[in-house]
Design a binder for this molecule. Sequence first.
Ligand SMILES: *[C@@H]1O[C@H](CO)[C@@H](O)[C@H](O)[C@H]1NC(C)=O
Ligand SMILES: *[C@@H]1O[C@H](CO)[C@@H](O)[C@H](O)[C@H]1NC(C)=O
Ligand SMILES: *[C@@H]1O[C@H](CO)[C@@H](O)[C@H](O)[C@H]1NC(C)=O
Ligand SMILES: *[C@@H]1O[C@H](CO)[C@@H](O)[C@H](O)[C@H]1NC(C)=O
Ligand SMILES: *[C@@H]1O[C@H](CO)[C@@H](O)[C@H](O)[C@H]1NC(C)=O
Ligand SMILES: *[C@@H]1O[C@H](CO)[C@@H](O)[C@H](O)[C@H]1NC(C)=O
Ligand SMILES: *[C@@H]1O[C@H](CO)[C@@H](O)[C@H](O)[C@H]1NC(C)=O
Length: 456
Amino acid sequence: MSLGGMALFAILLTMVSLGRAKSSSACEAVGNCTMDVSHIWGQYSPVFSVPSTIDVSVPSGCNVTFAQILSRHGARAPTRKKSDLYRNMIQRIQSSVKDYGKGYEFLKDYDYHLGADDLTPFGEQQMVDSGVVFFQRYQDLASEFDPFVRASGSDRVVVSAQRFVEGYYGAQDRSTSSPVKSILVLPEAEGFNNTLNHGSCPAFEEGPASEIVDAYQKVWLGVFGPAINKRLNSKLPGANLTLTETIYMMDLCPFNTVANVSLAASDFCRLFSMDEWASYDYFQALDKWYGYGKGNPLGPSQGVGFGNELISRLTGTPVDDDTTTNSTLDSSPETFPLNSKLYADFSHDNTMSSIFAALGLFNSTMDLPLKYKVSPRHLHGFSASWAVPFGARMYLEKMQCSDASEELVRVVLNDRVVPLRTCNSDRFGRCKLSGFIDSLKFVRSGGLWNECPYNG
Ligand SMILES: *[C@@H]1O[C@H](CO)[C@@H](O)[C@H](O)[C@H]1NC(C)=O
Ligand SMILES: *[C@@H]1O[C@H](CO)[C@@H](O)[C@H](O)[C@H]1NC(C)=O
Ligand SMILES: *[C@@H]1O[C@H](CO)[C@@H](O)[C@H](O)[C@H]1NC(C)=O
Ligand SMILES: *[C@@H]1O[C@H](CO)[C@@H](O)[C@H](O)[C@H]1NC(C)=O
Ligand SMILES: *[C@@H]1O[C@H](CO)[C@@H](O)[C@H](O)[C@H]1NC(C)=O
Ligand SMILES: *[C@@H]1O[C@H](CO)[C@@H](O)[C@H](O)[C@H]1NC(C)=O
Ligand SMILES: *[C@@H]1O[C@H](CO)[C@@H](O)[C@H](O)[C@H]1NC(C)=O
């Protein structure tokens, strides 16, 4: 057995023994779990500092000469579709359950009012904070350059960019009367080439590639879901919750928590064990990996346009791309300047997952197994909660160092240095600019966009 195999075997053994040790006095049996699980809520985790084995500060003897942030919007309400499903489920529970089990009494009077699609006040604050942190990290550049800011067209993404800009200029002590004006919005309309939102590759949106993720998640849900489902249905007799609704009940923990600026854990969080949250976290990791990342045959292709824009910005040369870039926008210095040193782009978890895949950030991560879970520590740092939580931010920085003639490139994702293995990074996780650009062959060679046509 390989070392990796042995590590996995050990993880599995631990899981089996934990399973056996579980007794009826466990917190989930009485609905009074109180552990902090907010870091294992998949993409619904509020962003946090992910553990980094490499020091995240700029190495001594180096100056940052360029920084690009690619950010997810802050914490939001459920999407419209999900919000309707959650409301219906709660209504069904409340109309069919007479006898609520221990720990579930709160559901009787729970008032569903999460809204839909938009940032929560906490989510707006996350973005203000993010702007402050970005300014502080790159303030030497900030004294000479204003960030060039773009946002994908959803309200929550545009507002995220606005709050970020407010935080940034607030920290710099330069109020902008109208930050809105300085943000370039890329519409999420059909037919508009938008590098910050997928949607223009029919084979990915509607073809067989779009069905993979559901099939894969179903396998894992079939492993960890039934025990939880059985408990919920015995605590809520008459509710007859499905396996999918078991996930919805868990979703209501993060969504109710981020709906309140106090971030006090919602009652829903008390119903599930630490191990169940780890399973949920892995369920969400499968979604990003097989839905939008390297595990999907057309996932990485959705990030190629942004990859080519990044190459252009890093090298100061025109964009060369035939995938999702808009040549009208990218050929104008007004809408795609090449003389800035600070860039800020705002997007979604799904497209960011594709962009990371296009850049090869998790190329050394194995394909996620479907029948048991693996922690992000064993996946080279990949999980939805580590990569694309609410308010997620990737920094791509270029630095000039006294001991190197060529500029170096490094990626910091949610405070974790992601070593650029695809170009043989050094001990600080960095590659030479030319080595990094060389490694982006997939991005520079069309990224399989020729496979996008699809007709039913
Ligand atoms: C949860 O409930 C059990 C059984 O009622 C009790 O023994 C335990 O102390 C409680 N735990 C917490 C954290 O309240
Ligand atoms: C490209 O951008 C221009 C300027 O915003 C817009 O008029 C045009 O519709 C866009 N075309 C595509 C295909 O995105
Ligand atoms: C529970 O739901 C299943 C399918 O969703 C259905 O077949 C079954 O009849 C329902 N049971 C009750 C008691 O409503
Ligand atoms: C937010 O949480 C605080 C502290 O737990 C609570 O007192 C308050 O009622 C909550 N607000 C809303 C709108 O739920
Ligand atoms: C939009 O993208 C398509 C490729 O998907 C490309 O053929 C077209 O020229 C692009 N339009 C613009 C305005 O860049
Ligand atoms: C990542 O792996 C794929 C093959 O799975 C390869 O096509 C691509 O070039 C790699 N990316 C980088 C940056 O090395
Ligand atoms: C970094 O910037 C400082 C101040 O501008 C300068 O003195 C120093 O030479 C620079 N170092 C490198 C490696 O470029």
